[in-house]
Design a protein around this ligand. Sequence first.
Ligand code: PAF
Length: 285
Amino acid sequence: MAITVFTRIDEIKQRLDSLRQKNKTIGFVPTMGALHEGHTSLIRRSEAENDITVCSIFVNKIQFNNPADFATYPRMIEQDRRLLEKEQSDILFAPPHEEMYPEGETQNLNIDFGNLANVMEGRYRPGHFRGVAIVVNKLFSVIGSCKAYFGKKDFQQLRIISEMVRLLDLPVEIIPCETVREPDGLAMSSRNLRLTIGERMLAAKIFETLMFVRDHAGSVSPRKLQSMAMQRLNQVEGFDPQYFEIVDAGTLMPIRKWDETRSPLACTAVNVGDIRLIDNMELFS
Ligand code: PAF
């Protein structure tokens, strides 16, 4: 069956309300498009767990702290629509910018995420999580009560959105989903499309470094292991690693001893040429 595409908020709201009145459950997969297997794994899970799956595609300008990154972010809506149709998704919500931000980009959301939004990505991408929280809160209010599917690759984003749902008591159940990787281990990301062939080959070193850290977790101190990981990443030509942190997966605070947490998580961001890639790995899983 052909997918139904909505661009207007009032129209999709009406459709979803009428589906809910017929006791249909809604699964929601928010994206910025350039869909890959990471997204299709979220869509398939949503389809398995809900009557109706809605996918949104919206490249959210206010979460880009770098205008060049926004300008070059891959946009391929027709190809995405065909993929969603093949995956038998029911509804695509693809609003234009003015539909989401009719008053301009001045919206605010007064939630103090504290440390969760200040560390790692928050430190290097000021304003990024504010932009993510504003758009996801808006999307949740459009879609209404649902299960929402997010990949663990953007672990900090997942933690912040879960915290927003908790603090605002939103009628949304967040479903964290495993990172999908290429055969060489590189985490799937729309940004991978922009790597040159040479950069793409080297990018797997990020996964190799995370595996190295997982193999040594518990036997070398977190701080020492973190600096060994940075050293390995720095040795790769063309890599400019921004951080490598070993944190508690709940608080995202760096740990100094392994017994400080039951869920240590290694997180990293690396500039590979002009492309910024992030990845993470649960260490005691
Ligand atoms: O992860 C993404 O693709 C985006 O940050 C999201 C959650 C769709 C918000 O724009």
